[in-house]
Design a protein around this ligand. Sequence first.
Ligand code: SF4
Length: 244
Amino acid sequence: MSNRFLRKAQPSAIVEKLVAKAVLERNLINNEDRILIAVSGGKDSTVLAWALSAIRPEIKKTYELAALHISSDFCACCKKAILSKRLDEWGISFTDLFVPIIHRLKEGRQMNCYWCSTQRRAELLKYATENHFNKIALGHHLDDIIETFFMNMTGKGQLSTMPILLHYHNYPVSLIRPLAYLEERELIACAAEKGILKAACTCPYGLKSVRREIRARIADFTGNSGAVKRRILAAIDAGNLLEQ
Ligand code: SF4
């Protein structure tokens, strides 16, 4: 896609084009797939749900879409009714699953993002497997992937990130990230155009996130340039880190 298109197109058209591009280039969706979209109620996963429904004519594949929202004992999405209505308009069924994440902590252990994500991922995989979904779609975008790359490098001494396509060996499910070619600001613009509410994360445990610090540093050295971020993604791809 030319830069001219990216400059002139409506935000929703950019999202459709770049989601279709990721899906086709990375072979993320095949005919007869049953795809479970993890929806938090925030703009990223809601835009993802809309886009996966909207790109059907362009990618010419037949697949089923359903959405799962995980409610927890500390961070509730208060816009579930609106979310469910929107998903219904896009032909996507909605399920809300309660998971007592804090309650599962062993005595003396502190709540943290790692524990929370592990619990959520386990429940997502369990639900997908039990309900015969073969793909799980997550709403992580280009900025998330780059941030994770630098967090893993500086924090763990590892060259790794969130893959765009991940095949699990112990589950009959693959994980896909169709928003991988989109910057967060492009998703914000699309959400505004489509009237998708921007639900800020109110989680009290996320406030001191290392991710926020890394995000600011990346903005600093890339000058927030989309072209530079896409070159970083290309370099990560050249290291074979985007498919597992
Ligand atoms: S910010 Fe809150 S909801 Fe998000 S992963 Fe961390 S603990 Fe979980």
